[in-house]
Write a protein that binds this ligand. Sequence first.
Ligand SMILES: *[C@@H]1O[C@H](CO)[C@@H](O)[C@H](O)[C@H]1NC(C)=O
Ligand SMILES: *[C@@H]1O[C@H](CO)[C@@H](O)[C@H](O)[C@H]1NC(C)=O
Ligand SMILES: *[C@@H]1O[C@H](CO)[C@@H](O)[C@H](O)[C@H]1NC(C)=O
Ligand SMILES: *[C@@H]1O[C@H](CO)[C@@H](O)[C@H](O)[C@H]1NC(C)=O
Length: 284
Amino acid sequence: ARVPRGPRLPPGYASVPEWWWWWWWSACVPKGFNITWSSINFKTILRWQPKPSDYFYTVEIHGQTSDTQKKCILTAETECDVTDVLRNVRETYTAHILSVTSLRMDNFEEPPFAVSEKFTPYNQTILGKPEIQNYTQKDSELNVVFKDPLTPYTFPNGSFQSIRDIFKHDLQYKLYYWKDQSSGKKDAITKSHKFEINVDSTKNYCFYVQGIIPSRRENRGGQESVVLCTSVGRSILDEYGAEVFIIIAVIAIAIITLAVVLSVILCKRKKAKPAREKEPLNGV
Ligand SMILES: *[C@@H]1O[C@H](CO)[C@@H](O)[C@H](O)[C@H]1NC(C)=O
Ligand SMILES: *[C@@H]1O[C@H](CO)[C@@H](O)[C@H](O)[C@H]1NC(C)=O
Ligand SMILES: *[C@@H]1O[C@H](CO)[C@@H](O)[C@H](O)[C@H]1NC(C)=O
Ligand SMILES: *[C@@H]1O[C@H](CO)[C@@H](O)[C@H](O)[C@H]1NC(C)=O
């Protein structure tokens, strides 16, 4: 536990007991631990432990060049959305999680705090799922059109910036594709919004898209989009499988058998009828 500096009575404390209480409190109050940054598409949440009982937390964000900024002042939560104070995305930040009693005391004495690991949004935010807008498979060409994920940051005109607006040429997208029901995956890279791939025109393909930043050492690949499949060369057998054919065959055999049995019975009746019709005649 941190011991406050010096035995002087800090300005603002009305009495020695009040100061003494603060001294005791700051030595005993729990400090935050297990501080984690979680950031997707530049939306960044700071989380820590433990849940506060009879005190609060305040988050301080320290940049290298920017002024210290406070967020989530006197919160009873153990998480804080710090997105809007990390706007300078190439800067490296650290967070201080302050354990505090009330606003008044924080202004006189530095409260106990825990320090997070360093965080550089540009290098560490995770790329979110790209959204696939449109795809076609025509002849031997597979076309996939997708959209850049948006960030929480806006242009001066109010529209949201996409991850491409921030990463520019550092951003690429990777398409993973494979023949439906096979496991051999291929991939392709683009810096635009679409993929045009040569494929086997008679086969169906499945695929997904992932953003990547090749210059990164960590978190190079982002979240994967949903998997979609084309349905051009899809025969009834591909779609429903062999089971349906067996069922259809069984039903067909049953119908044929029934037809044969019925015709045999009907034939026997036809032969029997004329014999019965003769009887009354004989009796007359
Ligand atoms: C640390 O925090 C993470 C995420 O909040 C959690 O999953 C993990 O269990 C915590 N670790 C410990 C040792 O409490
Ligand atoms: C999808 O792609 C086709 C062919 O490339 C195009 O004609 C169509 O307008 C696209 N639809 C949308 C919603 O982008
Ligand atoms: C806002 O500005 C950006 C960049 O200047 C531009 O790409 C975007 O189209 C603009 N949006 C609107 C709705 O005008
Ligand atoms: C961010 O990543 C780039 C490229 O890997 C590297 O040159 C730079 O030093 C990194 N910045 C920080 C603060 O880690």
